[in-house]
Write a protein that binds this ligand. Structure first.
Ligand SMILES: *Cc1c(COP(=O)(O)O)cnc(C)c1O
Length: 354
């Protein structure tokens, strides 16, 4: 039995893998999903259904478009200022980790980034809370879940400026109020589907206000007008995302999966806090449900524990190099039985190292 705690690309439901494999051999009348034209009515149906599922699962209000793009969340770091930041103006950023930092880096090509708060000095172990966002900011950008550090932002600041959020690693894991955001983006490979697809949810009225010329492929409006088919979309990634979102809907949707995610996170954090060998790395109120980061009181025991984990089918728990220790990523498709397997191993290890 393998337990995949990898940070991304990551676990998807087994039945999604099976359905996707079948479609590789025969999607429609003996044709593979890999060889059909994206202009067929069958594939147009896939895009339509995927869009409908995103809207339904996240309760997206009217006035927003859902886009299926490429280039990963990393391209959004540049597309956001390119499409939303007028020349010479500034946008406010909350610096909560490496991904936020990479987003900030791209702003200089279009205007100025104003860092409203940062937890860099503490190696991003918490989410800054007391800061103000200048009212003349073109937008406020935040990262809802800091995949590398294991912090998650459960509350948005009060602000009148448009809110842009990188939701790559916690989208579809908990109920959110989309109307509080003006643009949400996410690389698909952490809770939505395979790599190669990026989802953008954008409030239409915030677009077209920069006065800047934008290359077609980088212009949200072009993709809205083209129904995400301005060029060849990532056909297979969209198809698998559709299968995965169908799976999520059948499970009861985001509110149901949120309950499971809370149960999984509570179980593992409880063990980390209880077990004398381990300790969490983040401020308790900001602990992520998706990526649980922890270290050992005695760092010399980390290697043997990692080895034991690997021997027992626990995959992908080595921490990111900038944090060290361990990171257990527990995306939607990871069953709670996998979390229990990890907890049992931590307990056995503690028994043997008294
Ligand atoms: C993984 C991740 C990214 C990078 O996504 P790509 O699709 O690889 O560009 C950006 N932001 C966050 C929060 C992530 O977890």
């Amino acid at each position: 039995m393998r337990h995949n705690f990898g940070a991304g690309p990551c676990i998807l439901p087994q039945e999604v893998f099976k359905q996707a494999s079948r479609a590789v051999l025969d999607f429609k009348d003996g044709l593979s999903i890999l060889e059909i034209s994206h202009r067929t009515s069958e594939f147009e149906g896939v895009v339509e259904e995927t869009e409908k599922l995103v809207k339904e699962l996240l309760n997206v209000p009217a006035g927003y478009s859902v886009l299926f793009l490429q280039g990963g969340a990393s391209l959004q770091f540049a597309m956001v200022p390119m499409n939303l930041l007028p020349e010479g103006k500034s946008a406010s950023y909350l610096e909560t980790g490496v991904w936020a930092n990479k987003a900030i880096k791209e702003v200089k090509f279009f205007g100025k980034a104003n860092i409203v708060a940062s937890s860099k000095d503490s190696n991003y172990t918490f989410i800054p809370k007391d800061y103000s966002i200048p009212e003349d900011s073109a937008y406020f950008h935040c990262t809802s879940n800091n995949t590398i550090y294991g912090t998650e932002m459960f509350n948005l600041p009060e602000t009148k400026v448009p809110v842009v959020c990188d939701m790559s690693s916690d989208i579809m894991s908990r109920v959110i109020d989309v109307s509080k955001y003006d643009l949400i983006y996410a690389g698909a490979q952490k809770n939505i589907g395979p790599a190669g697809l990026t989802i953008v949810i954008v409030k239409d009225e915030i677009l077209g206000k920069t006065g800047r010329g934008i290359p077609s492929m980088l212009d949200y409006k072009v993709h809205i007008d083209g129904g995400s088919m301005y060029n060849t979309p990532p056909v297979f990634s969209i198809y698998v995302a559709m299968l995965n979102l169908r799976w999520l809907k059948a499970k009861g949707g985001v509110a149901e999966i949120e309950k499971e995610n809370i149960a999984k996170a509570n179980a593992l954090y409880t063990e980390i806090d209880r077990n004398p060998l381990f300790k969490g790395t983040c401020a308790i109120e900001d602990r992520s449900r998706m990526n649980v980061c922890f270290v050992m009181e005695n760092p010399e025991l980390e290697k043997p524990f990692l080895k034991l984990a690997e021997e027992n089918g626990i995959e992908g728990i080595k921490g990111h190099r900038s944090v060290g220790g361990f990171r257990a990523s527990m995306y939607n498709a990871l069953p709670i039985t996998s979390v229990h397997a990890l907890i049992e191993l931590m307990q056995t290890f503690a028994e043997n190292h008294k």
